[in-house]
Design a protein around this ligand. Structure first.
Ligand SMILES: Cc1cc2nc3c(=O)[nH]c(=O)nc-3n(C[C@H](O)[C@H](O)[C@H](O)COP(=O)(O)O)c2cc1C
Length: 337
């Protein structure tokens, strides 16, 4: 009931103000009031033990400001970032829009974040009870030719604090970022990251987050390249730039990435293509359009090992985490018996 009411209040505010307020509450002493049980349905992936397979997707807590509160919501893991080497303000506001009739969000935030050093300081003083992924990107002013330096810079600074590091080359809101998914650029980027990863005393798994908008052949090539580069996993997917097929409502034509319900089948298709290409044992994290426990189940059926949510949390609240966990657990039990 309290959860329902607070969601009602938050949805009266402009979308970004509601988000900022949520981060403030989750990073304040008020977060002590929440302490959900962490559902016990363990999954081991790329050497990391996840207490359950339901995670928070990147972009909600870009600066790791609210990790204390977020780790108490029942998630099996959370992913912070995207963080870039230098702080940057992102695109002009307004840049975040709710599309309630579509159970969707359009955002063109543009990697607004306080910079990697700030995030490192936040996480250095934090003892997490669940795995933490750190999602890294490049600054807007960094050209694609120099992008490798930004990713290496961030990786070097965060690797020891992360249970895994996500390479974000799929946000539609940084001009030409998605071109880094093209084979030559991708091979170069991933080789450099792999070499750096292998030189560290502690092995930190690296996963690559991909877009949902390239065609099947391009998706296969990306998946092959990631696997051949001995990267540890793939996250499918980021937001889509395709706004066709939306129900008519305010903001449906805003520029930016679309998340939520309309993304579900597109992102599931990408998971299936990738699973087909990389074989049954390669780690895949599925994200995009989970608004119900059945949506989460559809991602597991498409080939995901873990799932993440963002827009579903905005429309359904934190109870969605437990509902998904219950569903996935009963599915896994049925598979065993
Ligand atoms: C407001 C907003 C900001 C986001 N920022 C990031 C980001 O910084 N890095 C990233 O990899 N994904 C980001 N995403 C994408 C989400 O992590 C996720 O891939 C996408 O929203 C699809 O999942 P969903 O339908 O459950 O929201 C963002 C999404 C939203 C709605």
């Amino acid at each position: 009931m309290i959860e329902y009411l607070s969601r009602k209040v938050l949805h009266q505010l402009p979308a970004e103000s509601a988000h900022d307020l949520s981060i403030k509450i989750l990073s304040s002493p008020l977060s002590c009031l929440v302490n959900k049980k962490i559902h016990d349905n363990p999954v081991k992936l790329f050497g990391v033990k996840f207490p359950n397979p339901v995670g928070l997707a990147a972009g909600f807590d870009k600066n790791a400001d609210a990790v204390t509160g977020l780790c108490k919501l029942g998630f099996g893991f959370i992913e912070v970032g995207t963080v870039t080497p230098k702080s940057q303000t992102g695109n002009p506001k307004p840049r975040l829009f709710r599309l309630p009739d579509n159970q969707a969000i359009i955002n063109r935030m543009g990697f607004n974040n306080k910079g990697v050093d700030y995030l490192v300081e936040k996480l250095s003083n934090f003892k997490a009870n669940i795995p933490i992924g750190i999602n890294i990107g490049k600054n807007k002013i960094t050209t694609n030719e120099k992008a490798v330096e930004d990713y290496l810079n961030c990786f070097n600074k965060v690797h020891h604090l992360a249970d895994y590091v996500t390479i974000n080359i799929s946000s539609p809101n940084t001009v030409d970022l998605r071109q880094l998914q093209q084979q030559d650029s991708l091979i170069k980027l991933l080789n450099e990251l792999k070499n750096t990863q292998l030189k560290k005393a502690k092995y930190t798994p690296i996963v690559v987050k991909i877009a949902p908008d390239q065609d099947e052949n391009a998706t296969r090539t990306i998946a092959q390249t990631i696997k051949k580069s001995q990267i540890d996993g793939i996250i499918c997917t980021n937001t889509t730039i395709d706004k066709n097929n939306l129900k008519k409502e305010n903001h449906q034509n805003e520029t930016g990435g679309l998340s939520g319900k309309p993304l579900l089948s597109r992102s599931n298709k990408i998971i299936s293509i990738v699973r087909n290409e990389v074989g049954k044992d390669f780690p895949i994290i599925g994200v995009g359009g989970i608004l119900t426990e059945d949506d989460a189940m559809s991602k597991i059926s498409a080939g995901a090992n873990l799932v993440q949510i963002y827009t579903g949390l905005i429309y359904q609240g934190q109870s969605l985490i437990e509902r998904i966990n219950t569903k996935l657990e009963s599915h896994m039990k049925n598979k065993i018996t």
